[in-house]
Design a protein around this ligand. Structure first.
Ligand code: NDP
Length: 396
């Protein structure tokens, strides 16, 4: 038995469902539920056409614990795979506890009325998941997710201690739009406009938003790109779990056109989450902006180029200094051809499917709340090579 209930029929959800359907030996039954049932049905019919696999669907409001518990009792899955939005993490974890179902997500909880993400809210579920004999796996996307597993792999096979970590996320793709985000615009813009933060010698150091940059030469012909220092959620757990770590930073590439649009939108208040009165109705400028921006899912046929996400790690092995780069390169066009989505959704959806497979097959198990780097990286790294996200490692 390996029945999965996937919640969230967006860009990432679509990839997860397609990828689960490609592995019938890992997923005996797939059920997809989301706020808008027609989106679930559209994904189910694409999956049926591409793989012949039937996906059952339903409508659910994931903020409503009672509704989700009722759905869990009806569907009786072995795992709830959450690819709705970070706001739904806590209600979905509550529902899992009530219905006795294991849980997996790809992004940490964020309160809707404050642009802030931290693991403390989900770590607070540790004892309850333990007592219930259930497992919650947090952040099984690419970053967080695969990047955490790359670190665990490097710690297990290449280093006695990792001293410096730079996670570098490059999207060298182009969708031809003036301004669009590659995953949910609201979540993406909340993340990018936050103050930067990195970890050094046991302390968090803050920077102004996107104030620090570096030039990096990406491999395999991607070439030279400018990357900006940002705070990213996997840093919070990695600094706890990597032995001997002295510095950890996260970098992301942005084009000049994207940054110029972002600055203008910020400057005129369109990225604010503070509600304003418009014709007697309270609206949040950022939510309105999301409504007029292209849906990330619609970028699939338009996006060309590749992503390159990886970890550069410096440390010691047998007393010698060592520097290692582990990365994946993913083609937007190839992802679109395979599952009808661009590479950002693909690089998140594939690891969500693999994380689910690790839990359902018992390769990863435990009771309580876990991060990816706490698990054995070997079966996950092996599955990445088999399911569309092969990795490369080079000593620098
Ligand atoms: P989308 O906005 O495309 O999809 C989100 C889906 O969740 C939508 O279908 C939406 O429904 C549904 N949803 C929202 N609220 C509810 C609710 N209350 N009840 C039921 N369904 C709801 O986002 P993405 O697919 O781009 O992102 C999905 C998740 O993946 C996000 O949490 C994001 O942060 C995470 N992510 C993680 C990455 C990683 O590497 N770890 C990278 C990229 C994304 P509707 O369509 O009706 O609005």
């Amino acid at each position: 038995m390996s029945k999965v209930l996937i919640i969230g029929a967006g860009g990432v959800g679509s990839v997860v469902v397609h990828k689960c359907a490609q592995v019938p030996e890992g997923f005996s039954e797939i059920h997809l539920a989301s706020r808008t049932k027609s989106k679930c049905d559209a994904i189910a019919s694409s999956v049926k056409e591409r793989t012949g696999v039937e996906v059952s669907t339903s409508q659910v409001d994931a903020d409503d614990v009672a509704q989700v518990v009722a759905l869990l009792r009806e569907v009786k899955p072995d795992l709830l795979l959450n690819v709705a939005l970070p706001y739904q993490d806590l209600p979905l974890m509550d529902a899992c506890l009530e219905a006795g179902v294991n849980y997996l997500d790809t992004a940490n909880y964020e309160p809707p009325d404050e642009a802030k993400f931290e693991y403390k809210w989900q770590w607070a579920y540790q004892e309850r998941f333990k007592e219930a004999g259930l497992m919650a796996l947090l952040g099984s996307g690419f970053d967080p997710g695969v990047t955490n597993v790359y670190c665990a792999h490097a710690q297990k096979h290449h280093f006695d201690e990792i001293h410096e970590l730079d996670i570098i996320d490059c999207n060298a793709g182009d969708h031809g739009q003036a301004f669009a985000t590659n995953f949910n615009p609201e979540i993406n813009i909340r993340e990018i406009t936050q103050r930067g933060r990195y970890w050094e010698r046991g302390e968090w150091v803050e920077t102004d938003p996107l104030a620090w940059s570096m030039d990096y030469e990406f491999p395999e012909g991607i070439g030279h790109k400018k990357c900006y220092l940002m705070y990213h959620e996997e840093l919070e757990s990695l600094v706890m779990h990597l032995k001997g770590l002295k510095r950890a930073r996260f970098w992301m590439t942005f084009g000049e056109q994207y940054l110029t649009h972002l600055r203008v939108l910020e400057g005129i208040g369109m990225t604010s989450i503070k509600p304003v009165n418009y014709n007697g109705q309270m609206i949040q400028p950022l939510q309105f902006l999301k409504a007029v921006l292209p849906e990330p899912g619609s970028l699939g046929p338009l996006t060309q180029g590749r992503t390159c996400i990886g970890c550069v790690m410096k440390g010691t092995k047998d007393g010698q200094e060592k520097k290692l780069y582990v990365y994946n390169i993913c083609s937007h066009e190839a992802a679109y051809e395979e599952v009808g989505s661009q590479a950002i959704s693909y690089t998140t959806g594939v690891p969500a499917m693999i994380g689910a497979m690790m839990m359902l097959t018992g390769k990863w198990s435990g009771t309580g709340v876990f991060h990816m780097e706490q698990m054995d990286p070997d079966p996950f790294m092996d599955a990445l090579n088999r399911h569309g996200l092969p990795w490369t490692e080079v000593e620098l």
